[in-house]
Design a protein around this ligand. Structure first.
Ligand SMILES: [Zn+2]
Length: 556
C-alpha cells in the first residue's frame, strides 16, 4: 500500500509506487493566465474550441499530446437499469470522442470509473437480499450491454471502485499529509474545505450553503465532505488506518483518474448535475493531493434530458424515466444518436415521440437520397442534365461548413443542417426525371456526395445501411454474471488455501497439506473452464477472466 510521506505527495510518487513510469508528454506549463485564474495548458492544439465549465467560455482545446489525450468520464453507479437520461449524456460524449478522434486526429485514452459500492447499492441489495457485489455486478453488465446497444464505444479502461480501495486509502493519506483533510474519533475522514481558501468553487463560483447537518456530526465545518465513511452496522466495509469503512463518492474519481493520468488531466466529462458538488470536490481533492494549481484543464458538461412539457429532468428518483431497453424496442440507436446531434450537447433537450420521429424521418431521407443517387450512378434513375458545377461547389462548401461547425464546440446541429442541405440540393437535381436518357451524365459528383455523406454519418457512429436493431434477450448478461460469481468464489477459496495466517513451522506445513486439495480443485476448475471458452488468470491479488475467441479454444 502506498504511504504518504509529508507534504508534496505528488503524482510521480503515486505512479512510482504503482510501478508506472513518468507520464509522457510535455510537462504542464502555463502559457498565460486567463479568465478566472485558469492556466492555458501547453501541448497540442486540436483546432477545436470547447466550452470549458472552468472558464465559462470557449477555450482552444489543447491536449498534452495528440497521441495520448487523457479523458476521464464519471461512470455509472450500478444499482439499476440505465435510463435514457444517462444514455443521452454518454451518447453525446461518444459523438464528441469520435469527432475528436476521426476529424481532429486525437488519440484518446478514456478512463471510466464504475461506482460499485454506494448507499443506493447497499440499500437495493438489502431489499433484494443479495450481496452488494452481486447486485453491482449485474447492473454493471447491464450498463455495458445498453451502451453497446447504443453503439457507445467502451472507454479504454473501466476501473471499479472496489478493486481500487488500497489506492483510494493512499490517496486520502496523501491529502491528510498535505494538510487538507482530517480523521475523526468516529473513524470518518473529511476534506477540510477551509484549508483550500478561495480556491474552492472554481467550477460553480459561489459555493452553495451546505444542507443542515445532524447534531451528532463530527465535521469541523458543515461544508466539509467525507473522503472515508466509518462502517455502519451490517454494511460492507474495508479495513483502513481509520478503522473499518468505505470511501466517499468523490474520492473515487480523483483516485482512479490520478492512478492512470497523474496530475494532468486534459478532459473531464459528465452530466451537468455532477458539476456540484461532485466535480468541484474532485478538483479540490486532486489539487490538494498533487499540490498543483490546476489538475483538470477542461470540464465538459452535458445538459439534461427533459420529459417533454415538464421542467424536470429524466431521473430515477422522479420515476419519470424510460429504460434504454424499452426505448430500443421502438427506435433504433441511430435514431437516438441523430436526435442527440440535433441539439448542442450542453443544452437541455426535450424527449418526446415526436422529436424521435423527426430524427427518424431525417435518417430515412438521407438513406432515400443515397439510394436514388446510387440508382442514378448505375443509370437506373434517368433524369435531365444536372447542374454539376453547382453540386461540386455545394459539396466543397458543406465539407468546410461541417468541419467549422464541429470545431466550434462540437456544433452538431449546424453540421447536421449543412449535410441535410446538401442532400436537399442533391435531391433537387435528381427530380427532373425523363423517360429517355439525354445529355451528359454526372455520376462522379453523386458518387462523391454519397461517399461524403456516408462518411459523415459513420464518423459520428450512425449507419445509414443498417437501421434495424433487435435487442438481445438478456441471457448473455445472466451467464456473464454467473461466471463472475464463480470466479469470485474461486478467488476466495484460493486465497484461503494460500494464506499462511499465524501458523509457523510444522503447523504451517500441515496446514498447507490440509488445504492442498482446495488449491488443486481451483486449478482443475480453471483448466476445465477453458473447454467452455473461459480463461481465468490468477493475478497478484485477484483473478480475472475473459472469453476466449473460437480460434483460441482447446480442440479448435
Ligand atoms: Zn466522478
Amino acid at each position: 500500500m502506498l504511504r504518504a510521506c509529508g507534504a508534496g505527495v505528488g503524482p510521480q510518487l503515486l505512479r512510482a509506487a504503482l510501478g508506472l513510469g513518468a507520464w509522457p508528454g510535455p510537462e504542464r506549463a502555463a502559457s498565460g493566465t486567463r479568465g478566472q485564474g485558469w492556466l492555458q495548458p501547453a501541448g497540442h492544439d486540436t483546432g477545436v474550441k470547447v466550452y470549458n465549465s472552468l472558464t465559462r467560455r470557449k477555450d482552444p482545446l489543447i491536449v498534452g499530446s495528440a497521441d495520448a489525450a487523457s479523458w476521464y468520464s464519471c461512470g455509472p453507479t450500478v444499482y439499476d437499469h440505465a435510463h435514457l437520461g444517462h444514455a443521452c449524456s454518454y451518447v453525446r460524449f461518444d459523438i464528441i470522442r469520435r469527432i475528436l478522434t476521426r476529424v481532429f486526429g486525437c488519440n484518446i485514452i478514456m478512463v471510466m470509473g464504475i461506482t460499485d459500492v454506494d448507499d443506493k447499492i447497499i440499500k437495493r441489495a438489502g431489499e433484494m437480499n443479495v450481496s452488494p457485489a452481486s447486485l453491482a455486478n449485474l447492473y454493471e453488465e447491464n450498463f455495458k450491454q445498453d451502451m453497446a446497444a447504443l453503439k457507445v464505444l467502451p472507454p479504454t479502461v473501466y476501473l471499479r471502485v472496489t478493486e481500487n480501495i488500497p489506492h483510494i486509502i493512499s490517496f486520502i493519506e496523501g491529502i491528510i499529509a498535505n494538510g487538507h483533510a482530517y480523521s475523526t474519533a468516529q473513524g470518518n475522514v473529511y476534506f477540510d474545505l477551509r484549508s483550500r481558501g478561495d480556491r474552492y468553487g472554481k467550477l460553480v463560483g459561489a459555493v452553495p450553503s451546505p444542507a443542515a447537518e445532524p447534531v451528532d456530526s463530527d465535521k469541523r465545518h458543515p461544508s466539509d465532505f467525507a473522503l472515508w465513511k466509518a462502517a455502519k452496522p451490517r454494511e460492507v466495509f474495508w479495513a483502513s488506518p481509520w478503522g473499518n469503512g468505505r470511501p466517499g463518492w468523490h474520492i473515487e474519481c480523483s483516485t482512479i483518474s490520478s492512478l492512470v493520468f497523474g496530475s494532468r488531466l486534459d478532459i473531464h466529462s459528465g452530466g451537468i448535475d455532477l458539476a456540484f458538488p461532485h466535480h468541484e470536490n474532485e478538483i479540490a481533492q486532486c489539487e490538494a493531493f498533487h499540490q498543483c494549481r490546476q489538475w483538470g484543464n477542461y470540464f465538459l458538461h452535458s445538459g439534461h434530458l427533459h420529459v417533454k412539457g415538464k421542467e424536470e429532468k429524466m431521473s430515477k428518483s422522479l420515476k419519470n424515466y424510460i429504460t434504454v431497453k424499452d426505448f430500443l424496442k421502438t427506435f433504433s440507436p441511430d435514431v437516438f444518436r441523430l436526435f442527440c446531434m440535433r441539439s448542442s450537447y450542453r443544452s437541455a433537450v426535450d424527449y418526446s415521440d415526436g422529436t424521435m420521429l423527426e430524427a427518424k424521418h431525417l435518417l430515412l431521407a438521407a438513406a432515400a437520397f443515397i439510394e436514388d443517387a446510387r440508382a442514378y450512378m448505375k443509370g437506373q434513375l434517368v433524369c435531365g442534365p444536372v447542374g454539376e458545377g453547382l453540386l461540386w461547389e455545394r459539396l466543397r462548401h458543406t465539407r468546410e461548413a461541417v468541419k467549422a461547425a464541429l470545431a466550434d464546440d462540437f456544433d452538431t446541429p449546424a453540421a447536421v443542417d449543412a449535410v441535410m442541405d446538401l442532400i436537399h440540393r442533391g435531391n433537387g437535381q435528381l427530380q427532373a426525371r425523363t423517360k429517355e436518357p439525354s445529355g451528359p451524365r454526372s455520376p462522379a459528383v453523386f458518387g462523391s456526395i454519397v461517399s461524403y455523406i456516408e462518411h459523415f454519418f459513420e464518423t459520428v457512429g450512425i449507419s445509414l445501411a443498417d437501421r434495424q436493431f433487435v435487442p438481445g434477450d438478456g441471457s448473455q448478461a445472466a451467464l456473464h454474471s454467473v461466471v463472475e460469481e464463480l470466479v469470485r468464489f474461486r478467488l476466495k477459496v484460493r486465497q484461503f488455501a494460500l494464506a499462511s495466517g499465524k501458523a509457523t513451522g510444522e503447523a504451517q506445513r500441515q496446514q498447507r497439506l490440509d488445504r492442498q486439495p482446495l488449491l488443486e480443485a481451483c486449478d482443475a476448475l480453471r483448466q476445465d473452464l477453458t473447454a467452455h471458452g473461459i480463461s481465468i488468470k490468477d493475478r497478484s491479488s485477484t483473478s480475472t477472466w475473459e472469453l476466449l475467441g473460437q480460434d483460441r479454444r482447446p480442440g479448435s
